[in-house]
Write a protein that binds this ligand. Structure first.
Ligand code: FMN
Length: 166
């Protein structure tokens, strides 16, 4: 349990990667972690698109201006939700955080790239990954073996905490 708490702080956005590929086993572990996340009514209406082809990763790096690190990343997972389902964004966000934490635990680097609710980014990702309606890509996650190190996040701020009432 203590390790789990450390992992939460150790997870940082990594945007520089080596060219070493992520193994099939590691991909499976991250997807398994994603699907262990909570969902409203336990509906699990999510879908994951796993991309490792260099050409497609390069294309995804152009979906918006803050996705350039996909040119270096060796893996990308698009987390998609069924927009007809209430709470789909929260469900997919929980899965996304689990993937980031699993990546950290596996010694990989990762970063969350926001897609929904930017219409142009959603359209770009939908086209490149052939995502059908009513699914919407909430985000892309760039993943790879890290080529940078960051200190654990310590952002506790008492001013943001209210007890009993605001
Ligand atoms: C909804 C969301 C969208 C984000 N989109 C991007 C993005 O497009 N590009 C990027 O480099 N980082 C993106 N990030 C990562 C944040 O910049 C990062 O989490 C934040 O700066 C805190 O740093 P840390 O993750 O290292 O703790 C996003 C994070 C979230 C939660």
């Amino acid at each position: 349990m203590e390790n789990a708490l450390q992992l939460l702080h150790q997870r940082r956005s990594i945007r520089k990667f080596t060219d070493q590929p992520v193994s099939e086993e590691q991909i499976r572990s991250m997807l398994s972690a994603a699907m262990a996340a909570p969902t409203a009514h336990n509906r699990q209406h999510w879908q994951f698109v796993v991309v490792s082809q260099r050409e497609r990763l390069d294309q995804l790096s152009e979906v918006h201006q803050y996705a350039k690190m996909l040119k270096q990343a060796t893996l990308c997972i698009a987390v998609c939700g069924d927009r007809t389902q209430t709470f789909w964004e929260q469900d997919c966000a929980a899965a996304t955080q689990n993937i980031l934490l699993a990546a950290t635990g596996l010694g990989l680097g990762s970063v969350w790239l926001g897609i929904h609710p930017k219409p142009e980014a959603v359209q770009n990702v939908r086209r490149l990954l052939a995502i059908p309606e009513p699914y919407v890509p909430l985000c892309l996650i760039a993943i790879g073996h890290p080529a940078e190190e960051k200190p654990p996040a310590e952002r506790y701020d008492e001013a943001k905490v209210h007890y009993e009432q605001w």
